[in-house]
Design a protein around this ligand. Structure first.
Ligand code: ADP
Ligand code: ASP
Ligand code: MG
Length: 708
């Protein structure tokens, strides 16, 4: 028997429930399962504060509508409505019923999917007194239930809810579904207990406080219990004892990343080596009580000294430092909790890196912000895998800059920038302050910043850029920038300028594909165009103009979206792609056919949108025609071998019709696709993936920084 428990966020909506069902059906293929679920996210709070509101019923109905069709849908809706109606204003423990609602739906769905499923009522199986389960009574009920239904594959049980000795409904306390699961596991003598939640296991601290927190792969029952007792909400403390007494390991895993093995809580958690394991915190009035928990009795006095030193350095005022059952206890003012946790986490749980890369960031827009955030959240992982760390020593937005050789904390970038210097040139300041080996990161959209790259190179500063304006310059300038970097022994990396984190340039700059062997590059690389074209479905969607306007408002287009429609953005990318393959393509060599006539470009933006609305009937007709033909329109940039043209290649950007066999047919949103043909390979190499989005760009930039 395997017991699987899913928390509130795992069953929050139909999409998440479908993930739960996948996980459960996989386990059910190899063993019998008791599935314990929480109420849907937020449900218990609403039941406590407001009762079974119409809005809460609607949320359940929406889930049912997404999961079922036909008669099964009607039956599930009816059942849900009658369960809601049964709860009156005087119903005692009305908050206990959220788990009944959720599990009835899930059990019905599993049965529909063909699993031999039985919903079991925790009210008749789990007896408790003051929030503590009476094991002597409950275990035999559970065992009898399981034994009397040998044909059942999946038992589905509501967590949290139970009854007292008199058979009156009560609960196991907030967060109690974890505890229900442990009781089911011990009662049925299960061989495994998995608690599935929204984080990949018990982590070194709450990742919501410290983004660089890491999963603890193995931990002892005692240390897990300590962390839970001291505030790590991921595990409800009473859960540990029944599992430990029955010798069952608890595996905590992430519903949204099922391939992650998560944390195993067991006897084997203790390696015998004394080490600090994690840090937890909880509020006590206007103070925060922080506990640093360890395994194998690490030396508390030395730990306290380390904690005091780093907290002092971080400017955190400690109101009390003590010991509690082998853990270090630190009290601080509540408003300094996060700073304290960060400082402690860094000192105790993050790799000390010797190799620090200093970076200067130009641009604090969407990409710059995502980069700063990602530097913070990936810190521990980067340190573990590369032994390196990235330190921000300078940053500029369009108005101000800050430089601090000691490093600027990612969380403080915005506030430090507000007080930054506005009267001098960031580029000069960078050259003055940077040591050799530093990296200048251009995530601005400046047209002229590239002019400083040469100076950077001569001063031993590497450049990483996501700014494609800096590369879509005349070929001679571009080539001289590249050779200047080479001559000065520094790196010049711009992998994110085309296709964000998809390694498009990498696959062209290798030795295999070059100007001699290349036959063609065909690419759908204009994210804006993709987004609008794939989002538009004639009369079934909003008008073309509305979609475009929304894309503009969401920052997916250039300030004037006609730059994208006119192919300017695709042009820059095509130039970069071609040059990477060794073809010295210039703007004038590219034949661009915008998707709209000239009259759309020679007017004001307002007028442009008006014209678009006027033309909507034509767009609809065109879409219908294509639908009938089974074809799609795509805005394709291409570079094709052509012996007659002086470059040996001809280049174009235009609308093309593609059929179902084309790699460009199935794309959605801002996906990018590139197809490269060469003499080396008989079939094209096709790369496809999310081509836009600040997070992808930031991921690629970090790769570039670590690659210099
Ligand atoms: P569920 O609804 O699945 O029971 P909970 O909200 O009860 O989930 O617990 C998961 C949350 O616990 C996480 O989202 C995380 O913010 C919080 N948490 C606190 N401390 C830790 C920790 N040390 N490791 C992991 N998560 C933690
Ligand atoms: N639904 C209950 C709560 O929110 C129990 C649980 O989710 O574990 O506290
Ligand atoms: Mg919980």
């Amino acid at each position: 028997m395997q017991v699987l428990k899913f928390g509130g966020s795992s069953v929050a909506d139909a999409t998440n429930i479908s993930k739960v069902l996948d996980i459960v059906s996989n386990v059910a293929m190899r063993d019998r399962v008791i599935l314990v679920c929480s109420a849907i996210k937020g449900c218990t709070d609403i039941l406590i504060n407001e009762g079974p509101t119409p809005a809460l019923l609607s949320r359940h109905e929406a889930i049912i509508r997404r999961l079922f069709t036909g008669a099964e849908r009607e039956a599930a809706l009816e059942e849900c409505r009658s369960e809601f109606a049964a709860i009156g204003p005087d119903t005692p423990y009305r908050e206990a019923y959220g788990e009944i609602f959720s599990t009835r739906i899930i059990a019905a769905k599993l049965a529909c999917d063909g699993l031999n499923t039985l919903w079991i009522d925790s009210r008749s199986l789990i007896r408790a007194e003051n929030g503590r389960v009476i094991e002597k009574l409950s275990y035999p009920y559970i065992m009898a239930m399981v034994d009397s239904h040998p044909e059942v594959n999946v038992f589905v049980a509501p967590g949290f809810i139970c009854t007292d000795r008199e058979g009156l409904v009560c609960t196991l306390g907030r967060g109690g579904s974890d505890y229900s699961a442990a009781i089911y596991a011990a009662g049925s003598k299960a061989s495994g207990l998995e608690i599935w939640t929204d984080v990949p296991g018990i982590m070194t601290t709450n990742p919501k406080d410290v983004p660089s927190a890491r999963t603890i792969p193995n931990i002892s029952y005692k240390a897990a219990l300590d962390l839970a007792n001291y505030g790590a909400k991921v595990l409800y403390p009473p859960t540990v004892a029944p599992a430990m007494d029955a010798g069952i390991a608890i595996n905590i895993r992430n519903t949204f990343d099922p391939s992650n093995p998560g944390t195993v809580i067991s006897d084997k958690g203790e390696s015998g080596v004394a080490a600090w394991t994690g840090v937890a915190s909880m509020s006590q009035g206007d103070e925060s009580v922080i506990h640093i928990v360890g395994e194998g009795k690490p030396k508390v006095v030395i730990g306290q000294e380390r904690a005091s030193t780093v907290l002092k350095k971080a400017g955190v005022q400690v109101t009390e430092m003590g010991e509690e059952d082998g853990s270090i206890r630190v009290k601080v003012h509540k408003e300094q909790e996060r700073e304290a946790l960060e400082a402690i986490h860094r000192e105790f749980f993050e790799q000390k890196t010797t190799n620090v890369t200093d970076i200067y960031i130009a641009g604090f827009g969407a990409v710059g912000k995502a980069l700063v955030k990602l530097i913070e959240s990936s810190r521990a992982r980067v340190a573990d895998t590369t032994g390196r760390s990235i330190r921000i020593v300078g940053i500029a937005d369009s108005r101000r800059y800050v430089i601090d050789r000691e490093g600027i904390r990612p969380t403080e970038v915005a506030s430090r920038l507000k007080e930054g210097i506005s009267d001098r040139n960031f580029r000069d300041a960078v050259v003055e302050s940077a040591s050799r080996g530093a990296v200048f990161v251009d995530c601005s959209d400046s047209e002229t910043l590239y002019e400083a790259y040469g100076t950077f190179f001569r001063n031993g500063i590497n450049v990483v850029t996501s700014n494609r304006r800096a590369l879509a310059i005349p070929y001679a300038k571009y080539a001289s920038l590249k050779s200047e970097a080479l001559d000065n022994g520094v790196s010049f990396r711009y992998d994110t300028t085309v296709g964000a984190a998809i390694p498009m340039l990498e696959s062209l700059s290798g030795t295999v594909v070059n100007a001699d062997s290349l036959q063609s590059i065909e690419a759908v690389i204009s994210c804006t165009m993709n987004n609008i074209i794939t989002g538009y479905d004639g009369a079934n969607t909003e008008s073309f103009a509305t979609l475009l306007r929304k894309a503009q408002q969401a920052g997916l287009t250039e300030q004037d979206p006609r730059m994208d429609l006119g192919g300017q953005d695709a042009l820059r990318k095509l130039l970069i792609l071609a040059r990477e393959a060794g073809v010295p393509l210039e703007e004038k060599d590219v034949e661009i056919k915008p998707m709209l006539g000239k009259e759309f470009f020679d007017c004001s933006l307002d007028e442009f949108y008006r014209k678009l609305e006027d033309d909507e009937p034509e767009f609809i007709a065109r879409e219908k025609e294509l639908d009938d033909l089974g074809q799609r329109q795509r805005f394709v940039a291409s570079l094709t071998r052509d012996a007659r043209s002086p470059l040996g290649f001809k280049a174009s950007i235009r609308m093309q019709l593609v059929g179902i066999d084309s790699p460009f047919y199935w794309i959605s949103g801002t996906e990018n696709v590139i197809s490269i043909r060469s003499d080396i390979n008989s079939s094209p190499m096709v790369l496809k993936g999310a081509g836009e989005g600040a997070l992808f760009a930031a991921t690629g930039i970090i790769g570039d920084i670590l690659g210099v």
